[in-house]
Design a binder for this molecule. Structure first.
Ligand code: GDP
Ligand code: MG
Length: 176
């Protein structure tokens, strides 16, 4: 089967690790200081359930409560990674604001989403419990993961899970 082309956007408050997760997945390394204002698109080939994918990751520069949802992120995007940091209550609020705007602008009832609580290695500074994350994702009917870009914990899972969510939304039955 030819590879499927999928484009996904990574959104969330600044400093939560959007770029670190992207670079960890695409290049397999943790970059400590990455220009936070850069918006970048990465390409990566990956395989899920015997299907090859040509993945385009749009690593957005970040959003806050005042951001207007950019229309370029509502068109030709198949799914979204919404990232907060488990050490930041503010970033957890921001993903909820982004979610509301996302549904509003796409006009859809369901959008493939993976909610990600990043920076699990900083557990001493944890502000958001795993349960809070899970409950939010459930209320959205979205998938949920906690990750550490620094320790490369569950990073590839984000993208594989999202690809499965996108298949589900397309009505394709998947084995686990
Ligand atoms: P972005 O603004 O969301 O793209 O965030 P960055 O990827 O630029 O990361 C912001 C800061 O958090 C940087 O100093 C990163 O090194 C750090 N960071 C990102 N992910 C992790 C993580 O999983 N653990 C720890 N300890 N630091 C992280
Ligand atoms: Mg960034």
């Amino acid at each position: 089967m030819p590879p499927k082309q999928r484009k996904i956007a990574i959104m969330g408050y600044r400093f939560v690790g959007k770029s670190s997760l992207s670079i960890q997945f695409v290049e397999g390394q943790f970059v400590d200081s990455y220009d936070p204002t850069i918006e970048n698109t990465f390409t990566k080939s990956t395989r899920v359930n015997s299907q090859d994918y040509e993945l385009k990751l749009v690593d957005t520069a970040g959003q806050d409560e005042y951001s207007i949802f950019p229309t370029q992120y509502s068109m030709d995007i198949h799914g979204y990674v919404l990232v907060y940091s488990i050490t930041s209550a503010k970033s957890f609020e921001i993903v909820q604001i982004i979610y509301d705007k996302l549904l509003d602008i796409t006009g859809k009832l369901h959008v493939p989403i993976v909610l990600v609580g990043n920076k699990t290695d900083l557990y001493v500074d944890r502000m958001i419990t795993t349960d809070q994350g899970k409950r939010l994702a459930n209320s959205w009917n979205a998938a949920f993961l906690e990750t550490s870009a620094k320790q490369n914990e569950s990073v590839a899972d984000i993208f594989h899970t999202l690809l499965k969510e996108i298949e589900k939304a397309n009505g394709n039955v998947q084995e686990k």
